[in-house]
Design a protein around this ligand. Structure first.
Ligand SMILES: O=C1O[C@H](COP(=O)(O)O)[C@@H](O)[C@H](O)[C@H]1O
Length: 258
């Protein structure tokens, strides 16, 4: 299925528009099933979306106690470290809404119960995902309603960096060592786990992301261009600002807002 591309004027408007879309998607899922699940991303736009969600009155339409929150990747650092994606998400949104703490699923920290061993931490998170999966998910992870991904200038998503072994891994969660972007040790969902989501939203703002966006939409292979392998079961959305959309390949339809 070809991704849908939506272009907004700048990062601020992009964040507000994605936050509004997220409210609608979560409310729809909760109306249909009684609960919803989202997978968060770290990074500039991902965190800006959470801050925009915290700032909008529409957030009150969400039943926060009936929302499961997961992460697509994490920097393997101590609890509360400012570079952890969890810390950014809590500061921007999670600490300001009435979530059920049992339904918030951060990836383990380096000072957690795994003695600083990222492989054990990855197995722990995989077990948590497996426990949350229902028979109708037909796999070891839940069918997340929305999974958001930032994208790096090198086309990495989550902590899946080009040419690294994690891109060949069939397990749902892996430890990543030697990441080219600091910190070097990380945990990440793999592409099979990402593809379990109903909807995958790729978020990108700024000219440094334009080439990665182009490659992601150009039929490149996921080992060289990880973002190209991130697809949802029902839909894949590229939610961009104009600068990130500046090099879209010819023939890609886009919907642009003013
Ligand atoms: O390290 C990471 O980078 C990506 C992209 O971040 P950005 O600041 O360039 O938007 C992010 O999606 C990922 O979660 C994070 O761990």
């Amino acid at each position: 299925m070809t991704p849908t591309v939506l272009v907004h004027r700048d990062q601020e408007l992009l964040a507000k528009a994605v936050a509004a879309r997220l409210v609608t998607r979560i409310v729809d899922a909760q109306a249909a099933r009684g609960s919803a699940s989202v997978v968060l991303t770290g990074g500039g736009v991902g965190t800006a979306v959470l801050a925009a969600l915290a700032a909008t009155g529409a957030r009150d339409a969400i039943d926060w106690r009936a929302l499961d929150v997961w992460w697509g990747d994490e920097r393997f650092l101590p609890t509360g470290d400012p570079d952890r994606n969890e810390t950014g998400a809590r500061d921007a949104l999670l600490s300001h809404v009435g979530l059920d703490p049992a339904r918030v699923h951060p990836m383990p920290a380096s000072d957690g119960p795994d003695d600083g061993d990222p492989e054990l931490a990855a197995e722990r998170y995989a077990a948590e995902l497996r426990a949350a999966a229902r028979p109708e998910d037909h796999g070891p992870v839940p069918s997340f309603d929305v999974l958001m991904l930032g994208v790096g200038p090198d086309a990495h998503v989550a902590s899946l960096f080009p040419e690294m072994p994690a891109l060949y891994d069939e397990r749902p969660v892996v430890a990543v060592r030697g990441a080219p972007k600091p910190p070097p040790t990380r945990l990440s969902l793999t592409l099979p786990a990402i593809r379990a989501a109903h909807e995958v939203w790729v978020l990108a703002a700024g000219s440094s992301k334009a080439k990665a966006v182009r490659l992601g939409l150009s039929g490149a292979g996921p080992v060289q261009v990880p973002v190209a392998g991130a697809r949802g079961r029902r839909a894949t959305l590229y939610l961009l600002d104009r600068a990130a959309a500046a090099e879209l390949p010819p023939g890609i339809e886009r919907i642009a807002s003013p």
